[in-house]
Design a protein around this ligand. Structure first.
Ligand SMILES: *[C@@H]1O[C@H](CO)[C@@H](O)[C@H](O)[C@H]1NC(C)=O
Ligand SMILES: *[C@@H]1O[C@H](CO)[C@@H](O)[C@H](O)[C@H]1NC(C)=O
Ligand SMILES: *[C@@H]1O[C@H](CO)[C@@H](O)[C@H](O)[C@H]1NC(C)=O
Length: 367
């Protein structure tokens, strides 16, 4: 009704303005971010005009007695108004009826991130402000200083991110109950990859390189080569575990870092397998040599000895012979000398690692 106090107030309301002076985003997880915001709203209420040329500052307790906009943060999961030592609100009334209303709030706002390119990702998050009850016919929202309305992002120091770009926009929210004014602040976060390079990429590259050291060690030094192989595999496993704990709840995504660690793990595992193959071939060749030597010896031996030796050897080597055959078909056939396996590996492992790296980095950084 026209006499209703609230509608009277609405008629007198000319404009509301919003700007942020200080924005301190101190926590960003992969589903939300938490920010402490100084939200300042300004509007004109002509009933509050008074004589004089000085503004009047009121305490937060007097807010109850004035009309204030019913702004809320869309997508906020949890937010609170600071109240130490008193409620962090401020009201300033100017002689011409302009009211400045500032509050300090900490809000956790949903911002779902696409982590497929983690840690080479860029995320766009928004902070949306809407009027809860007054629709677009009642109030209008706009940013006081356009794209410069939000301040403090330039000096923001975040552990993992840099704020790349930010801008503001004005729109409308359409619901069943009507259309409501809406202000949106967009900001783009770029993850600082340097930390990941130092923490994960460099160690895993070094591990892969370490696993190649094995190709330069003589095939006869079994402990040395096995030691390098197993140690690098285990260290790589630890590294993969460590990378997973940095984003504990996001392990269902296959991230770029997981792909890289997977590649490194395959190379390291491949190096270990290479030794197994090469060693098997060598062993097998020497067995063959021993075998022929023994056979020639047997010819000189007495028949009783010969029988004994023969049964011993055939019992021992027949499964080996089958495996040898299978194996020789695939590998020894091409690699005349098993020592050549190492020579091939020395070239093919680094070369394929470099090629895969080129594809990986080009894909994740430019596509
Ligand atoms: C406004 O302030 C000035 C001094 O700053 C004073 O001279 C003037 O009289 C004041 N005007 C009113 C309307 O009070
Ligand atoms: C009212 O006064 C304040 C402070 O002097 C000024 O910033 C504001 O623009 C004025 N508002 C109107 C509607 O004149
Ligand atoms: C604010 O920035 C956005 C994106 O850079 C641009 O599209 C828009 O026109 C800018 N608005 C104003 C008022 O400058």
């Amino acid at each position: 009704t026209p006499n209703d106090k609230n509608s009277q107030m609405l008629e007198n309301l000319t404009a509301k303005e919003y700007w942020f002076d200080h924005c301190d985003i101190f926590c960003i997880s992969f589903q939300d971010y938490t920010a402490t915001i100084f939200l300042r709203q300004r509007w004109t209420d002509e009933r509050l005009c008074f004589e004089g040329n000085k503004s009047l500052s009121l305490d937060g307790r007097l807010v109850e007695m004035l009309w204030v906009p019913d702004t809320f943060i869309v997508d906020s999961k949890k937010s609170f108004l600071h109240d130490i030592t008193v409620e962090n609100r401020l009201i300033r009334i100017y002689p011409n009826g302009t009211v400045l209303y500032a509050i300090r709030i900490t809000a956790t706002v949903a911002c779902s991130m696409d982590l497929t390119k983690y840690p080479m990702d860029k995320q766009t998050c928004t902070l949306q402000l809407e009027s809860w009850g007054y629709n677009i016919n009642d109030v209008q929202f706009y940013w006081t200083r356009g794209n410069d309305s939000v301040r403090g992002l330039e000096t923001l120091r975040l552990a993992q991110y840099t704020v790349e770009d930010h801008f503001t926009s004005v729109s409308e929210a359409v619901y069943e109950t009507g259309r409501y004014p809406k202000l949106v602040f967009h900001f783009e976060l770029k993850r600082n990859i340097l930390y990941f390079i130092l923490e994960t990429y460099v160690p895993s590259i070094l591990l892969v390189v370490l696993s190649w050291v094995s190709f330069w060690i003589s095939q006869s030094s079994v402990p040395a080569r096995i030691c390098i192989g197993v140690t690098t595999v285990l260290t790589m496993t630890t590294l993969m575990m460590g990378a997973r704990t940095s984003l504990p709840n996001a392990n269902c995504f296959i991230k770029a870092i997981d792909v890289y660690l997977g590649i490194c793990f395959s190379f390291i595992f491949g190096a270990l397998l290479e030794y197994a193959v090469a060693h098997f071939c060598t062993l097998h060749r020497s067995n063959l040599r021993v075998h022929t030597k023994v056979d020639s010896k047997q010819n000189i031996n007495t028949s009783s000895n010969r029988k004994e030796e023969k049964s011993k050897h055939s019992g021992c080597s027949s499964p080996m012979t089958v495996m040898k055959r299978l194996f020789c078909i695939s590998d020894c056939f091409y690699v005349k000398n098993p020592y050549h396996i190492d020579n091939y590996a020395r070239l093919s492992f680094p070369l394929s690692f470099i090629i895969i790296n080129v594809f990986y980095w080009v894909y994740y950084l430019y596509f």
